[in-house]
Design a protein around this ligand. Structure first.
Ligand code: ASP
Length: 373
């Protein structure tokens, strides 16, 4: 029997024939309360979203934008984009070749959210699969659950036909791991009496000495997009904090922390110190701020302020009493207005944006100036 076409599908199909770049729509069940049409499509991502390239020379945001505006599902488009970064052996912060945990094992975290479908999926501490975002999507598509972790996540991936590899390290990630091991890790296991004096210093020293690029120490990719019909999705994927305690899961796979999408109001996602984000569920907070009428930038700044207020342990503070770590958020609202915000203003901090005018690295707007202390 021929499917009856409703008015909205008819209008969109008409737009496609008219060459307006709108592809066939999929039915998502009950329609969201508000569907903003006529939005200028945009994809935003962390800076590595416009660094790694596929064999055609395209970056994550370029691929995501191209696919999305050709009518592909927004989330599928974003995931196709982050796959480039996950599979890039030279990006040591995401997927294959990501920096391993304290035992030398690469454990990956990812989640994704589909705004129109109101669906989500995630994996934590997943070993052996190069592109965890695809497994997060499989959790979304094929289970009644939102988060699978550890061996269970790997078993699920195996059952779904993903290739499981014994080791996702590259020569680069293993060399850096050995260097870190050489410096030991007193910052990981804190003595309750001495925790205020403990540091997160060994890795940061390696950044200062140029062994690890600064933008990769807190590496992850978050990528969010909205198409011309106002459909918003997002994905975050990471190898997590370098040399973490095995089993440590950061913010990246946690809905509301590493990513939050409300199909009606917007999306926010994060890179940086996951613990600060988990404590405040900042992506959720930012999207709630959008819901309450804030602009993308103001919503992000309010999220960063919450993190600043809730950072009180002296080991996490610099000489000026401000957080000693970095954290960034990438935000899109339902009108397609976007922002990239960072706890600290820095000339080098950039995020990736792709619009109809092409892709670029834009400066992140900072809440605080870096102290000299
Ligand atoms: N947010 C990630 C985590 O805490 C790491 C990062 O972005 O550097 O696992």
């Amino acid at each position: 029997m021929r499917k009856k076409i409703n008015r909205r599908e008819f209008v969109l199909a008409g737009a496609a024939t008219a060459g307006l770049g709108v592809g066939p729509r999929k039915a998502f069940g009950r329609a969201p309360a508000v569907q903003t049409a006529g939005v200028k499509p945009v994809v935003v991502a962390s800076g590595n979203g416009h660094r790694s390239r596929n064999s055609d020379g395209e970056t994550c945001v370029e691929v995501a934008f191209r696919k999305m505006t050709a009518g592909d599902d927004v989330l599928d488009s974003l995931i196709a984009g982050v796959n480039i970064v996950e599979l890039d052996p030279d990006d040591a912060s995401v997927g294959y070749g990501g920096r391993p945990n304290a035992d030398g094992v690469v454990q990956l975290d990812s989640c994704c959210m589909h705004g129109p479908k109101r669906q989500a999926g995630g994996v934590g501490a997943l070993e052996g699969v190069r592109a965890p975002s695809l497994v997060a999507k499989a959790v979304m598509d094929h289970t009644d659950h939102h988060l699978l972790v550890g061996d269970g996540a790997q078993q699920f991936a195996r059952n779904m036909g993903f290739k499981i590899e014994a080791d996702l390290n590259t020569d680069n990630s293993r060399r850096q791991y050995l260097e870190w091991k050489r410096r030991t890790d007193p910052g990981h296991y804190l003595n309750p009496e001495e925790r205020l004096e403990a540091g997160i210093q060994a890795g940061l020293d390696m950044v200062a000495e140029g062994i690890i690029p600064e933008e990769e120490y807190w590496g992850t990719i978050n990528c969010d997009g909205i198409n011309g019909q106002g459909e918003i999705c997002g994905v975050t994927t990471t190898s997590g904090l370098s040399w973490k305690i095995p089993g440590r899961v950061g913010d990246s796979p946690i809905l509301g922390a590493g990513l939050y999408v409300d199909g009606t109001y917007g999306a926010a996602g994060s890179t940086g110190r996951g613990e600060a984000n988990l404590y405040n569920l900042t992506s959720y907070l930012i999207v709630e701020n959008l819901r309450n009428g804030m602009s993308s930038k103001d919503a992000g700044m309010a999220g960063l302020k919450r993190i600043q207020e809730n950072t009180v342990e002296s080991r996490l503070l610099n000489d000026e009493g401000n957080p000693s770590f970095g954290i960034n958020f990438y935000i899109i609202d339902a009108k397609g207005e976007y922002a990239g915000v960072s706890l600290y203003e820095s000339e080098r901090s950039r995020y990736a944006v792709c619009t109809e005018n092409g892709a670029e690295l834009a400066p992140l707007e900072g809440l605080l100036q870096r102290s000299n202390g």
